[in-house]
Design a protein around this ligand. Structure first.
Ligand SMILES: [Zn+2]
Length: 159
């Protein structure tokens, strides 16, 4: 048995109120387990994305979270509000991004199965291409960069 105090797990980024990886703290062998607290206007993702090798389930513990569902290059994403005590599951290949669109803080757990996902399509607005494009991650010291795979433009820096 392993226990973990979520408060004691360090944040891995400062782009939302709290982002904590519980996978390693609990040594979960088959499950990716992440905990997020979102202030109004925040998202746990760097953009709309799909995992082609993982299903993702989100459990909303506090407040309400809006999921924008669908590939935004093809269609206007559908907004689905998931509230405290509810959960939502995305199949491999479904594009989604969570947002706190409310006025109150929201807390959610993200459960990914299988644990390790390498086939991810993350989309961000690229000023070089003037379009949403697939991104790759690059590490620059402590800073995580998102870079357009089509033209090499840096589209985001996450500390
Ligand atoms: Zn580009």
């Amino acid at each position: 048995m392993r226990t973990v105090a979520i408060d004691a797990v360090p944040n891995y980024g400062d782009y939302c109120a709290a982002a904590k990886v519980l996978t390693s703290a609990l040594d979960t062998e088959h499950l990716a387990l992440n905990y997020f607290e979102l202030a109004p206007g925040e998202t746990p993702s760097r953009g709309p994305h799909a995992h082609f090798d993982q299903s993702e389930t989100f459990v909303v513990l506090v407040g309400a979270v809006t999921f924008e569902v669908g590939d935004p290059r093809e269609t206007e994403p559908e907004s689905v509000v998931v509230t405290e005590g509810e959960a939502v599951r995305f199949e491999p290949g479904e594009y989604q991004q969570a947002w706190n669109r409310g006025d109150e803080s929201a807390t959610l757990l993200a459960l990914g199965v299988p644990r390790d996902s390498e086939d991810v399509d993350l989309l961000r607005a690229c000023p070089g291409c003037d379009a949403l494009t697939t991104q790759q991650f690059e590490q620059e010291g402590d800073v995580l960069l998102t870079v357009c795979v089509d033209c090499g433009t840096e589209t985001g820096r996450f500390e």
